[in-house]
Design a protein around this ligand. Structure first.
Ligand SMILES: Cc1ncc(COP(=O)(O)O)c(C=O)c1O
Length: 383
């Protein structure tokens, strides 16, 4: 659909990249579950030849997410990790990357255990302090890879300040925007070159699909991502593309409720006598609350709180009834997890301290139930 240039965010989410099916008028883009396309005669086709290379359901989703993140193009992959892996193919042996130090564990594993074998170098710094990014730059630094907010301690990186540093150095700024979602934060509008998401989370929003997406801005990255998506072939399936396309239609309203529920739970936890600390960018106690107000629209659904000991955290974890014990985030059901057993599993005390994580921490992915029911559930679990 051709949208007016001043179309608002929720209208873009619902319509961008989609037209009624020309064959039937179906308002919803069909699932083109096909591996190949018939040519009318030699070389004469409708722009689709083989489904790894082109699929209309995937193309609709990619156009939709490119518009949502205000990028030039988007490419959908089989998982968030496949998307991040595809981004790193922009690099060459000997290139150096500066990375947020408490980045998602799977990202660290890919960089540390796989890509170092191919002579890529990584330096992990606390990117919440722009001067540390600047200090870590080398002549060979080609990319700065940040995650904001981070998991689980919700540390923020100033995207606009980081973009200025990165551009001055001639490197690309990549932002993993999974934790915020584009309804809350749009990094390209703040100067990022590339944005990535695990669509498994807020973009799909229903806990029923695994996928990833890369949104690019530069012409050369548009060409390379299209090439690598076909060359390496880690594409998002037609059905998953359809699921995420369904998910983005409600992204704006879902995120508004995540923001409301996240704030309600953070405020409740902040006054609870058993809670030692609550980390939520929307609370004035968050050390980067001013930055959160500047670069985010709402503060999202991730809340982290400290019950003071591992035993207390396990007790709360085991006693919740509406809140479900599971990893992941961004669907409709509120989930809880213990960072020392998930994102920070296996770290010693010193490493935990560096990551700002304690053994008594519980991470909540606050979702769409009534906040009063969630509050009552946590209250009984902590009592
Ligand atoms: C911030 C972040 N980036 C990337 C990923 C990887 O996504 P996926 O699990 O879809 O491969 C995750 C997964 O939890 C994540 O939290």
């Amino acid at each position: 659909m051709k949208l007016p240039p001043d179309a608002r965010f929720s209208t873009i989410c619902i319509h961008a990249g989609q037209v009624p099916d020309p064959g039937t008028g179906a308002i919803i883009t069909p699932i083109f579950q096909t591996s190949t396309y018939v040519q009318e005669e030699l070389g004469k086709h409708k722009g689709f030849e083989y489904a790894r290379t082109q699929n209309p359901t995937r193309s609709a989703l990619e156009a939709n997410i490119a518009a949502i993140e205000n990028g030039a193009a988007a490419y959908a992959f089989a998982s968030g990790m496949a998307a991040i892996d595809a981004i790193t193919t922009l690099l060459e042996a000997g290139d150096h990357v500066v990375v947020t130090d408490n980045t998602y564990g799977g990202t660290f594993r890919l960089f540390d255990k796989v890509l170092r074998k191919y002579k890529l170098e990584f330096t992990y710094v606390d990117t919440s302090q722009p001067e540390l990014i600047e200090q870590a730059l080398r002549p060979s630094t080609k990319m700065v890879f940040v995650e904001t907010p981070t998991n689980p301690v919700l540390r923020l990186t100033d995207i606009a300040a980081t973009a200025t540093i990165t551009r001055r150095h001639g490197a690309r700024l990549v932002v993993d925007n999974t934790f915020a979602s584009p309804a809350v934060q749009r990094p390209i509008e703040l100067g990022a070159d590339i944005v990535t998401h695990s669509t498994t989370k807020y973009l799909n929003g229903h806990s029923d699909s695994v996928g990833g997406v890369v949104i690019v801005t530069r012409d050369e990255d548009v060409a390379w991502m299209k090439f690598i998506q076909n060359a390496a072939g880690a594409i998002l399936s037609p059905f998953d593309s359809w699921l995420v396309l369904r998910g983005t239609k409600t992204l704006n309203v879902r995120m508004a409720q995540h923001n409301t529920n996240g704030m309600a739970l953070a405020e409740f936890l902040a006054t609870h006598p058993r809670v030692k600390q609550v980390i939520y960018p929307g609370l004035t106690s968050h050390p980067q609350h001013a930055l959160a107000k500047r670069q985010m629209r709402g503060f999202g659904g991730m809340v982290c709180f400290d019950l003071g000991s591992y035993a207390a955290a396990v007790r709360c974890f085991d006693r919740v009834t509406i809140v479900q014990r599971a990893a992941s985030l961004g669907g409709t059901e509120t989930l809880c997890s213990l960072p020392v057993l998930t994102s920070q599993y296996g770290l010693n005390d010193e490493q935990l301290e560096a990551a700002g994580v304690t053994r008594g921490m519980v991470r909540l992915s606050v979702r769409l139930e009534h906040p009063d029911d969630l509050i009552a559930d946590l209250d009984q679990a902590m009592s």
